[in-house]
Write a protein that binds this ligand. Sequence first.
Ligand code: AMP
Ligand code: ZN
Length: 140
Amino acid sequence: MSVHSCVFCKIIQGELPSSIVHENEHVIAFLDINPINPGHVLIVPKQHYGSLKEVPTETAMQLFKVVLDVEKAVWVADGVRCEGTNLLQNNGKSAWQDVFHVHFHVIPRYKGDNFKIKIEAGKPSREELDTMASHIRDSI
Ligand code: AMP
Ligand code: ZN
């Protein structure tokens, strides 16, 4: 995806409308156009990076600071029903990423809302867990 056809770059350039909740030199936060619940916010670096592994650590810190500020805000903002939150951050098509400009979702949650994820978790043995842990440890 080129920067020129990226929907979030267009929002950042002011070429597409957005409902901004916070903005600084490096980061913008705006409402998701198709919210899972009212008050669903996207936090996006102004520089185009496709997914999280491309983001420099310093930018990630700037991004996450705004994630924390927004997460605190949705608990208390007028008109947002917030009894809990999910932070969602998708990387790659298989992980539901649709917009290939890295972003965090802050999603206000309440009991009985309509957000459902079906999970069929595995039950690996301790040996399998230890082997996997060593593979990942070796890759850090
Ligand atoms: P993801 O699946 O993590 O890539 O999520 C992309 C999100 O961007 C979805 O929740 C979309 O509803 C949202 N989105 C797409 N286009 C726009 C837009 N123009 N303004 C605000 N949110 C958008
Ligand atoms: Zn972009």
